[in-house]
Design a binder for this molecule. Structure first.
Ligand code: AMP
Ligand code: ZN
Length: 465
């Protein structure tokens, strides 16, 4: 039974979708495309890609929606700076983002709705909120009155001063009622991108887009809503307030899931600190599979520190898996009876840990245990071709979630010349039946991490991990 940590209840709960036999609705807040995607985005979208793929592995059908925020104050600022429209800016960055997602092995979401293509739905929702008394117009926009929504603060666990009624004087009529009320619609200033609305020319506030677009594609209530932890309050709190007030259905979302934040060298990523890494820079330096492996080795809720040391550890650990795969591709041992049960037990352990709120570090621990058992069997030359096919099929099954391993067969690596000379010398000693000298060389090579095997086709070697 799959269990998921729900930010709303602050508990790990059994995962029971709204409609258990139907498609699961999953929505993750997408990027504001004023610039290329950064490695924080990469963390969150790889983490949710793994979650989506695990749900599919479990047999669920998932409809996955990631929105694109293509109108926003930051977009307007950046477009002005570059002397282009927000549409040109969005076009450029969305194309780059799609390329980055694909390079990171992220399966394309089923729908990636853009705000500027959903203005009609957004206006409709704001109208509904105004009609139901949850929204009011001011001189610069339309605001959501948080004091009208009794449960405001339930997701972020925030105590808010809700009632300021009675303090408003007539001259302030067009001002915000409560400092925490948030904009649903912003009236535009000259030169800003704008759309016609019942409140004049303007553009949507940020939070309303996710309420309007999630209901359009997933319904008024759906199963999973994600994002990184920075969005719990106020963004997701506001989404709940908007959607539950509009549709009168509770809960708007069954499971709220939040990925931990990614920092760089211990600090929050920021352009002014000079530690801001965009995805193309990441990919120029590291194989995307190493990044996926790095992300998949950690719990999706844990805070991540991205640094070269952590990446080089990930690189080494992934190399061990890829070396194992190469050996399996060449295995010609005698055959081991226990392979089926090893695979079965490992799969059971893996699923047990993943079912516990996708606890990847524990899932990997059981996989490492499996790796070490297979390595011992390889050392003993016990893995037959048939065994190796089964193990490789199992690793591929896991990799349908991780997307980190490499299965292409590589040309056998040559030994460095001086080591090759030692191997030849040993063969000479063996021919002369000087086994003491031959064993001495064999031990020397072992100390250098090279294990030798005498086979009917001659001497073979493998690198020891
Ligand atoms: P934004 O482009 O800032 O609106 O963010 C888009 C998505 O990426 C949201 O789900 C954020 O929570 C997530 N996100 C932004 N920055 C980071 C970060 N440094 N680490 C992890 N996730 C992030
Ligand atoms: Zn959102």
């Amino acid at each position: 039974m799959l269990k998921v940590y729900n930010t709303l209840s602050r508990n790990t709960e059994e995962f029971v979708p709204f409609k258990p036999k139907q498609i699961i609705g999953m929505y993750v807040c997408g990027p504001t495309v004023y610039g290329p995607g950064h490695i924080g985005h990469a963390r969150t979208y790889v983490a949710f890609d793994i979650i989506r793929k695990y749900l599919e592995y479990k047999g669920y059908k998932v409809k996955y929606v990631v929105n694109i925020t293509d109108v926003h104050d930051d977009m307007i600022k950046e477009a002005n700076k570059q002397g282009i429209t927000i549409f040109e800016l969005a076009g450029k960055n969305i194309a780059l983002f799609m390329k980055d997602l694909s390079a990171l092995g992220i399966k394309k979401p089923d729908v990636m709705p853009r705000v500027t293509e959903h203005i009609k739905e957004i206006i409709e929702m704001v109208k509904q909120l105004q009609k139901k008394g949850f929204a009011y117009e001011t001189n610069d926009g339309v605001y959501y009155s948080i004091s009208k929504f009794k449960e405001y603060g339930k997701l972020g666990n925030v105590q808010v001063k809700k009632s300021v009624t009675g303090t408003r004087v007539e001259t302030d009529k067009y001002e915000k009622e409560n400092p925490m009320d948030f904009a649903l619609w912003k009236k535009s200033k000259p030169g800003e991108p704008s759309w016609k609305s019942p409140w004049g020319e303007g553009r949507p506030g940020w939070h309303i887009e996710c309420s309007a677009m999630s209901s359009k594609y997933l319904g008024e209530q759906f199963d999973i809503h994600g994002g990184a932890v920075d969005l719990v309050f106020p963004h997701h709190e506001n989404e709940i307030a908007q959607s539950e007030a509009t549709y009168g259905k509770h809960p708007f979302v069954k499971y709220w899931m939040h990925a931990g934040f990614l920092n760089v060298n211990g600090e929050k990523m920021s352009k002014s600190l000079g530690n801001f890494i965009i995805i193309p820079e990441l990919l120029a330096k590291y194989n995307p599979k190493v990044f996926r492996y790095f992300i998949s080795s950690l719990h999706y809720r844990s805070r991540i520190d991205f640094n070269d040391k952590a990446m080089s550890i990930a690189e080494k650990n992934l190399e061990k898996w890829n070396n194992l795969i190469q050996e399996l591709l060449n295995a010609q041992g005698s055959g081991a009876k226990e392979i089926d049960s090893l695979i079965e037990n490992c799969r059971k352990e893996f699923v047990k840990h993943m079912d516990e709120d996708f606890t990847l570090p524990n899932a990997w621990a059981s996989l490492y245990d499996f790796q070490s058992k297979i390595n011992s069997l390889l050392s003993e030359r016990k893995i037959s071709m048939e065994n190796s096919e089964k193990i490789l099929a199992f690793l591929k099954e896991l990799d349908s979630i991780f997307g980190a391993f490499s299965f292409e067969k590589k040309e056998a690596e040559a030994l460095p010349r001086e080591l090759m000379a030692m191997v030849e010398k040993r063969t000479e000693f063996k021919k002369r039946k000087d086994y003491a000298q031959a064993d001495k060389i064999r031990a020397e090579l072992l100390a250098k991490g090279i294990e030798l095997f005498d086979t009917p086709e001659g001497v073979k070697w493998r690198k020891i991990q």
